[in-house]
Design a protein around this ligand. Structure first.
Ligand code: XMP
Length: 312
């Protein structure tokens, strides 16, 4: 689909205005290109009646909140933060099945938003669902955290608010064009996708604060070292198994990290980035020396399909 960007922006601003009327609307943003685009569209349409919220669920990356705050400031948007780490880890506790984890995340995510909506006296939520999220959830490949009505869950009945999805018909590369046109910096419109359930999609087995802490540090190393290749998406995964290693001349039964880097246009299929050996070595050296809990670093060479991009 050839997207007429300016026309799209005009239409969406009108739509949001019509949906919201004179009521306050909440926009959940993670700092990613989809939700940041929604934040600015809502701000254009509603001004101060759009409350832009970052949920600190304990599953985000090192710089996500600060980055979202910094990048929204030039638009005159003040980001609010809701800290809810305890709630998220509580519901993820003891769950190791991927779909159970995804559904538990979705439930607590919308319950948290429901409380935030009540507090702001808002009646609807704007969120950055894109076409690929809908297609994959409907195909039952995986339960994307933000899909509700498309699979028969009525958000009004279940959580008490209406959901508005301005980007539901377009794909990632088209969202990037909209974000660029809105005036976002390259850092925002060219950034890699990061899933709503955050690092929970990259910790295999039970998600605990300790595991997420290890993965968060490794994630920064991988993102920093691979940046020069500008991959569609690159990240680290923490496996549920352990392996024997040697640290400080002693046996250490430690963690295994997988590095994944893929190229794609719409995230529906993906090929593996041909990462030069020198970059792989640099990542491995830094991970092993900076994160003592890790004893093994692997590189994933599987395209999508048969793999998916994330690990759960
Ligand atoms: P998969 O793993 O299905 O991922 O190949 C395709 C793209 O979607 C992202 N992804 C998600 N995004 N909520 C999101 O907002 C989710 O629950 C979710 N799961 C996967 C993934 O990072 C990739 O870009």
């Amino acid at each position: 689909m050839q997207l007429k960007v300016k026309q799209f922006i005009r239409k969406k601003v009108e739509e949001i205005n019509k949906e919201a009327g004179d009521r306050t609307t909440l926009v959940a943003t993670s700092g990613g290109v989809d939700s940041m685009t929604c934040a600015v569209l809502a701000h254009k349409a509603l001004g101060r009646r759009a409350v832009i919220l970052f949920i600190d669920d304990g599953l985000m990356r090192e710089d996500d909140e600060a980055k979202a705050r910094r990048e929204l400031k030039p638009f005159g948007i003040k980001l609010k933060t809701l800290t809810a780490q305890g709630d998220f880890f509580r519901v993820l506790k003891g769950k190791d099945d991927p779909e159970q984890k995804r559904k538990a995340f979705r439930q607590i995510f919308y319950q948290t938003l429901s409380k935030a909506l009540k507090r702001s006296k808002a009646e609807s939520l704007i969120q950055g669902t894109i076409a690929a999220d809908i297609i994959e959830t409907k195909a039952e490949i995986k339960t994307q955290h933000n899909i509700l009505s498309q699979i028969g869950i009525d958000p009004k009945k279940r959580f008490g608010f209406k959901v508005v999805e301005p980007l539901r018909e377009i794909f990632k590369y088209q969202v990037r064009r909209v974000a660029k046109d809105l005036g976002f910096s390259r850092r925002v419109y060219q950034q890699m996708p990061f899933p709503g359930p955050g690092l929970a999609t990259r910790v295999l087995g039970e998600v605990t604060p300790g595991k997420v802490k290890i993965l968060r540090r490794v994630t920064s190393i991988v993102e920093e070292e691979i940046a020069e290749l500008k991959p569609f998406q690159a990240f680290a995964v923490l496996l549920n198994d352990k392996a024997t290693g040697i640290k400080k001349k002693k046996r250490s039964f430690g963690n295994i990290i997988v590095i994944r880097s893929v190229e794609s246009k719409d995230a529906m299929t993906a090929s593996v980035t041909k990462v030069p050996w020198r970059i792989l070595e640099r990542m491995r050296n830094r991970i092993i020396s900076e994160v003592p809990q890790v004893v093994k670093v692997l590189f994933d060479i599987t395209p999508k399909p048969p793999s998916t991009i994330e690990y759960i």
